[in-house]
Write a protein that binds this ligand. Structure first.
Ligand code: F42
Length: 148
């Protein structure tokens, strides 16, 4: 499943290159955070202002076929702008995990559900805990579920 529209490469070279190598190799290359063994996934979405197709890489946090998408931005004071894309177009998202790319529906989670997914996220990628220490902003967590 692919989203229709004009692809606008990510403004950050290292992200754009990782996304493009990941997609080109069917997830066999560029599938971990640079210099680590921590796996990543590629998320494709629709821009909430331009309507263009945007792609990012995120740490892979999977549980029973669902994925957490953690809007950490390294603990920066502001959300990454992709947060606003997912809020605006939660049904126009695909996720690639390794060779498999599939359509997902995303929803921001809160309360106990967020706490459960946050624990899974920190277990998958411990630096998330440091990122949350760095900022007063509560780092948003989306859950991506496969579309039937
Ligand atoms: N970022 C995370 O937040 N969490 C992670 O777990 C994570 C892991 C990760 C692993 C590998 C890797 O290579 C990158 C990783 N990143 C992670 C970084 C992530 O891929 C994003 O690059 C980062 O989160 C920043 O996302 P961003 O959407 O804020 O990117 C900005 C810099 C950007 O691309 N801005 C564009 C620009 O031209 O300035 C606009 C992009 C956009 O979506 N525009 C929207 C549109 O309509 O087209 C409008 C958005 C708006 O509302 O302004």
């Amino acid at each position: 499943m692919t989203l229709q529209g004009e692809y606008e490469p990510n403004a950050m070279d290292w992200v754009r290159e990782q996304v493009e190598a990941y997609e080109r190799s069917g997830g066999r290359e560029a599938n971990t955070l640079e210099g680590t063994d921590w796996p990543v996934v590629v998320v494709t979405m629709r821009g909430n202002k331009t309507g263009k197709i945007r792609k990012i890489a995120l740490m892979r946090v999977e549980h029973d076929g669902e994925y957490a998408l953690v809007a950490s931005l390294g603990g920066a004071p502001q959300h990454p702008v992709w947060y606003y894309n997912l809020k605006a177009h939660p049904d126009e998202v695909t996720l690639q995990d390794g060779a498999e790319r599939f359509a997902v529906r995303v929803r921001e989670v809160s309360g106990d559900e967020r706490a459960t997914w946050w624990a899974r996220a920190v277990e998958a990628y411990p630096p998330y805990a440091e990122y949350q220490e760095r900022t007063d902003r509560t780092i948003p967590v989306f859950v991506a579920s496969r579309k039937q």
